[in-house]
Design a protein around this ligand. Structure first.
Ligand code: AMP
Ligand code: GLY
Length: 412
């Protein structure tokens, strides 16, 4: 089998690593890929949909798996299916559950899915009026895709006003911010539940904790993720029952009623408060860096699970009874301004962890930083402490200019 993985992050490195263990897989392709995927298969230097379709046809690729949200929202699945090509993921209509926060909020409300109270605004004046009349903090969200930067927690009216002005008038995210959601602020801990859909039902993996803030102790700016641990240690069986009853089951019913069912991934971004689980968002793809922790614990053959979903069977997901810790090494300054182009050394000294490159490219024999999130180190152990010790000891010999990582991933 030949498989194309679309994307170039640590997530795609981890998916490629898992797929490469399958003897049926004869060739892996990545678009665009990175330094890890270059070692697992062939990197293809373009990610626009028609050129990927041409690659799949020309190379007779059997299956495409999509990592990031943008190609899904842009309709890569619709395009491939209309050409008779096998692809794992939702069509554009269902990917809108991630691509449009107003669409997903309406879906949640309509189908009785437990979520924060929110109002949707197209009018700047109406949004300001609402913001003036409500208690703080309030959460202001751009409806469209804004590269993870479209959510602002506002502590007072002045902050809400300046955020609404930036989104709706200055259009800092272009059309993505002309419609906004103003949402009740929820206090609790976050959990990511990534699940496989077979077109009829949804099968959750173990819950994962993502570390979103850039600095130790969950301080500083929100990032794409500075680390993850699986299973999330705070998510109890009671939380799980609440999730299944008030979020998962009504989602399955809602997808069926709206003819939005699909074969792919659905990722529930939860906030767990003292009143139980609330759904913050859907992502219609694997999470990054959650996938890195999940893949090292997954006992199933990933291709079997994907085939089960594509053929409408129920996958039986199995995970090791261990703990996984994923530490993300970044370029200092990320998620704001950072410099790249520096050689990474010491990776050959990594002994206890899986190393998944992300923003790092192979140039000749050297690996050079190219992005904010440079690589992930992932290790497992009987305890979080054991897994944490492994990733931190493996991070020590890795060197590049402006290297930065949190020191408290997996520390409880
Ligand atoms: P979202 O893209 O909607 O998941 O929002 C991004 C991040 O903003 C989340 O992961 C949370 O950390 C935070 N956030 C979003 N909505 C809320 C909310 N209603 N209350 C508190 N924090 C939130
Ligand atoms: N780690 C969160 C995400 O992938 O969106």
């Amino acid at each position: 089998m030949k498989i194309l993985v679309v994307g170039n992050g640590g997530r795609e490195s981890a998916l490629g690593w898992k797929l490469s263990q399958d003897s049926r897989v004869t060739q892996l392709y990545f678009a665009n890929g990175n330094a890890s995927t270059a070692a697992l298969g062939q990197n293809y230097p373009s990610d626009d949909i028609p050129s990927l379709r041409n690659l799949v046809i020309k190379e007779k690729i059997d299956l495409t798996i999509v990592g990031p949200e943008a190609p899904l929202v842009d309709g890569i699945v619709d395009d491939f299916k209309s050409h008779g090509l096998e692809i794992f993921g939702p069509k554009g209509r269902a990917a809108k559950l991630e691509g449009s926060k107003s669409f997903s909020k309406k879906f949640m409300k309509k189908h009785g899915i437990k979520t924060a109270h929110a109002e949707i605004f197209d009018s700047y004046v109406e949004a300001l009026k609402y913001a003036k009349d409500h208690a703080y903090p309030l959460v202001v969200k751009a409806s469209g895709l804004a590269g993870g930067k479209g959510v602002v927690i506002c502590d007072d009216y002045e902050h809400a006003e300046s955020t609404l002005t930036q989104f709706m008038m200055d259009r800092i995210f272009g059309d993505a911010g002309i419609r906004v959601i103003i949402e009740e602020y929820l206090e609790g801990f976050e959990t990511s539940v990534i699940a496989f859909s077979n077109g009829e039902s949804i099968f959750p993996c173990i819950p994962v904790k993502d570390y979103k803030k850039v600095h130790n102790g969950d301080t500083g700016a929100n990032t794409g993720g500075m680390g993850s641990v699986a299973p999330c240690p705070f998510f109890t069986e009671e939380h799980n029952q609440d999730f299944v009853q008030n979020i998962l089951e009504p989602t399955i019913k809602g997808l069926q009623e709206e003819f939005l069912t699909f074969k792919g991934i659905i990722f529930f971004g939860l906030m767990v408060t003292k009143n139980g689980c609330y759904l913050l968002e859907y992502n219609m793809r694997f999470g990054d860096p959650e996938t890195q922790s999940l893949m090292v614990l997954m006992e199933n053959n990933l291709l079997d699970v994907i085939h089960d979903c594509l053929e409408g069977r129920n996958p039986e997901l199995k995970f090791k009874d261990d703990k996984a810790v994923c530490l993300v090494l970044t370029s200092g300054g990320y998620p704001k301004n950072y410099e790249t182009g520096f050689e990474i050394t010491g990776v050959e000294k990594v002994t206890h962890s899986n190393l998944f490159f992300a923003g790092a490219e192979l140039r000749g024999k050297r690996v050079i930083t190219t992005g904010g999130r440079v690589l992930s180190l992932v290790a497992t152990g009987k305890t979080y402490e054991e897994a944490k010790e492994k990733v931190y000891s493996d991070a020590l010999p890795i060197k590049y200019d402006y290297e930065y990582y949190r020191e408290d991933i997996g520390k409880f």
